[in-house]
Design a protein around this ligand. Structure first.
Ligand SMILES: [Zn+2]
Length: 350
């Protein structure tokens, strides 16, 4: 895909990356819980935390792999008990998203992390949904919810979770699959994805973050997903690369997450520029921004600084994010027109 992108001064690039309208399609709301909010909610709900202070909690954010992160992530989520807690968490993220010029976000939430602690499905979904609705009205950001199944738990548990959420079916647009990838292949969740498809839900799944390309094939062929979350391991399989290009299957890549969880050793070596050049429909997202050192604009600016990508790539990535979102074509066209306008404004400054 080749778009004609106007000439932009290299020195304006960081500002352009921040200003351009974009969608965020891979962000776990529980992963947006900042240590300050964790401590505030712990106090409000009289929950005892295994960390003495905000600083001690932040210091524990030194991860060696996905599992070392997940252990702390679940401890942080334990402070969420009431509908207002879920509301406050989501509004805090949405404020950050608005500041980053995110025009649309599709937010993952993990009901099993909460229902297993005795919090009801209604509490979780209603709090998050109300936050999305209020942010739309008050701040103009479009936001919807994707219910994610925890893949380290059984498919039976996922099926029960889906059934429990059905009375609130109008409050989420799709289902996803996250948590510990290796050893939990997509095939384990074939039935719950088939059931979700029957219900008319959008389907996405994490695949090829740490897991092999076979998990990406499985997510596409067995689960029938419309987008792959992460997918950075696809580069190991030439045939898979060709298919992802041919079918223009979006990959929601998360650079700072890959760095923090040691999927890559150095941001300069991240394969996103190569995937983009090969014609894959990739885009940039923040995954769990409170834990991985930055919200979406930080992911853009740090990756661009490390890899030397320029305005053309910026345009392609932002446009991909808008095109890969689950909204109407008319809505996408409106946002892409705003993207074009932003680029034209920056070109005029030269
Ligand atoms: Zn993720």
């Amino acid at each position: 895909m080749n778009h004609s992108v106007p000439q932009i001064e290299a020195s304006s690039l960081p500002q352009l990356l921040r200003a351009m309208p974009k969608a965020e399609l891979h962000m776990h709301i529980e992963g947006s819980l900042e240590p300050e909010l964790i401590f505030a909610l712990a106090e409000r709900n009289s929950v005892k935390l295994p960390y003495a202070s905000v600083e001690a909690l932040r210091a524990a954010y030194a991860f060696t792999d996905l599992q070392s992160f997940l252990d702390i992530y679940y401890a942080g989520a334990s402070v969420l008990l009431h509908e207002q807690d879920f509301y406050d968490m989501a509004r805090a993220y949405l404020n950050r998203a608005v500041a980053d010029n995110v025009v649309h976000t599709e937010i993952f939430f993990d009901p099993q992390t909460h229902t297993e602690r005795g919090v009801s499905m209604e509490t979780v979904i209603n709090g998050l949904y109300r936050a999305c609705r209020d942010a739309q009205i008050e701040q103009g950001i479009s936001a919807s919810l994707i219910l994610s199944f925890l893949r380290h738990l059984s498919e039976e548990s996922a099926l029960q979770t889906l059934e429990a959420a059905l009375p609130l079916r109008d409050r989420f647009i799709g289902v996803g699959l996250d948590s510990s990838e290796v050893g939990n292949p997509p095939e384990k969740f074939a039935r719950v994805f088939a059931r979700s498809r029957e219900l008319g839900l959008h389907l996405v799944a994490h695949a090829g973050e740490e897991g092999p390309p076979a998990y990406i094939w499985g997510a596409l062929d067995t689960l029938g997903v419309e987008r792959i979350d992460h997918g950075v391991q696809s580069e190991k399989d030439e045939q898979l690369m060709q298919r992802l290009v041919k079918e223009q299957i979006p990959l929601t890549v998360c650079p700072l997450s890959n760095l923090k969880l040691c999927v890559v050793d150095d941001l300069a070596d991240h394969n996103l520029p190569r995937l983009l050049k090969a014609g894959l429909k990739v885009m940039i997202n923040s995954d769990d921004p409170a834990y991985f050192g930055g919200y979406v604009n930080e992911n853009y600016t740090q990756l661009f600084a490390a890899t030397g990508m320029g305005a053309l790539e910026a345009y392609q990535l932002a446009r991909n994010s808008l095109e890969a979102s689950f909204v109407s074509d008319a809505q996408k066209a409106e946002w892409i027109a705003r993207l074009d306008e932003t680029f034209a404004q920056f070109a005029a400054k030269v």
